[in-house]
Write a protein that binds this ligand. Structure first.
Ligand code: SAM
Length: 328
């Protein structure tokens, strides 16, 4: 029997953070002063957790962080994961989210180890703006090289995620349209969520799906194309058929009703929602129990998954961890 929660949602996607360290200090994510808050685990612990979860019906694993490419053994981790099979006997779908800074040398080894797809975060296509956002010099050149290496390695489709903040990088919308078409990548805009270490979120800063569509239309109109209900992004192609854009709109168009995700943090806790107020100590249970007991524990935790987030509602409570310490 596959993992399901009490609202009947099938849970098939797992995100594992393999560190909460990051080599970028993006202004909308980090304070710039905080470092890692939680320990990294040996990769065999994450593998053990993944194996149990796959045994319960997980079909897709996304490796994230912090910055996952800071783990020197990430290629080996992918190789071990790729040996796992889903309950229906298919290979596990393995993806990775990265800031791309270290990707150019790792794209081919990751592909050879069994990685299927990669998502690269990139919040500007202008080097100076990129440095202001990430607070790292010369990052843009590294990330662009990483995106190109990922395409060359066949980590298709390469997706580029961009979080838009009003008055900061929203003027980059048409530039990203051009970038998607020229580089052959799918650019996905993400609405900014209240998950930052500092308190900078306000509804006014969020650039919404409707606004993105309107502003991209000034460059070239978009037509919506079909997307699977559990997919986070709505998908669009340019009117002339060349290039694809996605928009992830958890604030203006929440998709909690179709959520199929759970997360494991770098210190081995399960989080059933980005906005959870509690963590569940999977590592602790796994260390002192049999696999059978641990799997029962996972079922019990998943069953209690939150129905939805409450962004923008009166009484909204910030989650107990920020994005970089959860795993995006
Ligand atoms: N270091 C990797 C990276 O940069 O992709 C993985 C971790 S990062 C936390 C994952 C994604 O979360 C990035 O695309 C980042 O832009 C996004 N993110 C961070 N804070 C966010 C927020 N408050 N709202 C929406 N997305 C956010």
């Amino acid at each position: 029997m596959h993992l399901t929660d009490k609202f009947g949602r099938a849970i098939t996607d797992l995100r594992i953070s393999i560190t909460d360290r990051c080599n970028y200090k993006c202004v909308y994510c980090r304070t710039g002063n905080e470092g890692a808050l939680y320990p990294d685990l040996p990769l065999f612990d994450y593998l053990h957790m993944a194996r149990l979860m796959v045994g319960l019906g997980i079909e897709k694993v996304r490796i994230t962080g912090g910055e996952p490419l800071l783990r020197h053994d990430v290629v080996e981790f992918v190789r071990e994961l790729s040996a796992l099979q889903t309950l229906s006997g298919r290979p596990l779908d393995i993806a990775l989210t990265t800031n791309g800074h270290l990707l150019s040398d790792l794209a081919q080894p990751l592909k050879d180890a069994g990685l299927k797809r990669v998502t690269v975060s990139m919040d500007a296509v202008d080097p100076e703006r990129f440095a202001r956002i990430t607070r790292v010099h010369n990052g843009f050149e590294n990330v662009l090289a990483g995106v190109r290496a990922a395409r060359k390695a066949g980590l298709d489709p390469v997706k580029v995620n961009c979080v838009l903040l009003r008055g900061f990088n929203d003027d980059q919308i048409p530039e990203f349209g051009r970038f998607a078409r020229e580089e052959g990548v799918i650019v996905r805009f993400i609405e900014f969520m209240p998950l930052e270490e500092d308190r900078v979120w306000s509804p006014e800063i969020v650039v919404t799906l409707d606004e993105i569509l309107t502003r991209m239309a000034a460059f070239m109109p978009l037509e919506e194309i079909a997307h699977a209900p559990s997919e986070t992004a709505r998908r669009y192609r340019f009117a002339d058929g060349q290039g694809e854009i996605g928009i992830i709109a958890p604030v203006s168009h929440p998709f909690c009703g179709h959520c199929s995700r759970i997360r494991i943090t770098s210190d081995g806790k399960i989080r059933t929602c980005l906005f959870s107020q509690v963590d569940h100590d999977l590592l602790g249970v796994m260390k002192r129990s049999s696999d059978e007991v641990t799997m029962r524990y996972i079922r019990g935790v998943v069953e209690k998954k939150e129905q939805r987030h409450h962004i923008g509602e009166p009484g909204f409570q910030k989650p107990s961890r920020s994005m970089v310490h959860i795993g995006g």
